[in-house]
Ligand binder design. Structure first.
Ligand SMILES: [Zn+2]
Length: 252
């Protein structure tokens, strides 16, 4: 476990009645101090913030609900937000996670330790570790295509496709829904998928404000359409397989 966690608790959290099932990864271009200032200003909160140098700040204890994901959906969930069931982790990333260099080694090591602790304590399934853009594709861009999902998958957190195992369907919308994406806006869901699983298709935007205001290109279609479909099918299959897995330390 991290040598120390800085406690800086927010007033903006409430009692939790749902079971914690998800961990949502976010990023922000601001330092943890500045992030807390902004969160407070908007009456929002998160559970943890990890700085570039690997320092972890706890903004809400995980037993309480923090306001980090806003309006969000996964796996056709009926509620408006995943906050009730999730833990939020913010990473300081000056370029909003658009390139791999946005995340420092120290920071990723700290995240790894935190994921290890939280997964164990709250029995979080690997497929339930997601990015904010996965659960809010029309609104959010974080943690960006520079976030090393594959590296974390190898450590047991999150899902990565095995290209040798593909789902039989070739219906794009159905495949996105199997993974968990809300496909009400298909273009946004498609782009969010690429952000997570097909970074080569994602555009770099030096204008961060414009990027935040326009989370996905409105007419986006992958350049490598055939490769996109293969990845999509393999990813849907990987999520399906992961969900069937039973873990001895988990009741359900
Ligand atoms: Zn976020």
């Amino acid at each position: 476990m991290p040598s120390k966690i800085i406690i800086n608790h927010s007033e903006n959290c409430r009692e939790r009645s749902g079971k914690i099932r998800y961990i949502i990864i976010h990023c922000s271009k601001f330092t943890p101090e500045k992030q807390i200032e902004i969160l407070n200003e908007y009456k929002l909160s998160t559970h943890y913030i990890i700085s570039q140098n690997g320092e972890i700040t706890e903004n809400c204890p995980p037993e309480r609900v923090a306001y980090h994901s806003g309006e969000s959906k996964w796996l056709q969930s009926e509620e408006k937000s995943l906050n009730e069931y999730s833990i939020g982790i913010e990473l300081e990333a000056h370029n909003l996670g658009q390139i791999a260099e946005d995340y420092s080694r120290k920071q990723l090591m700290a995240l790894n330790r935190l994921l290890k602790k939280l997964s164990k304590e709250y029995h979080i399934r690997p497929e339930n570790i997601l990015g904010h853009s996965d659960i809010a594709p029309t609104r959010k861009i974080d943690p960006g295509c520079g976030f090393p999902w594959y590296k974390f998958y190898k450590k047991g957190y999150g899902i990565w496709p095995n290209m040798k195992q593909k789902h039989p369907s070739d219906n794009e919308e159905e495949l996105l829904r199997i993974i968990g994406y809300d496909t009400e806006n298909l273009v946004a869901a498609r782009y969010a998928f690429c952000r997570h699983f097909f970074a080569e298709e994602v555009f770099y935007n030096a204008d961060l404000q414009e990027l935040l205001d326009n989370p996905y290109p409105k007419d986006f279609a992958p350049h490598r359409q055939a490769e996109y479909m293969l990845r999509l099918r393999a990813t849907a299959q990987a999520y399906q397989i992961a969900r069937q897995k039973k873990y001895w330390y988990m009741a359900e």
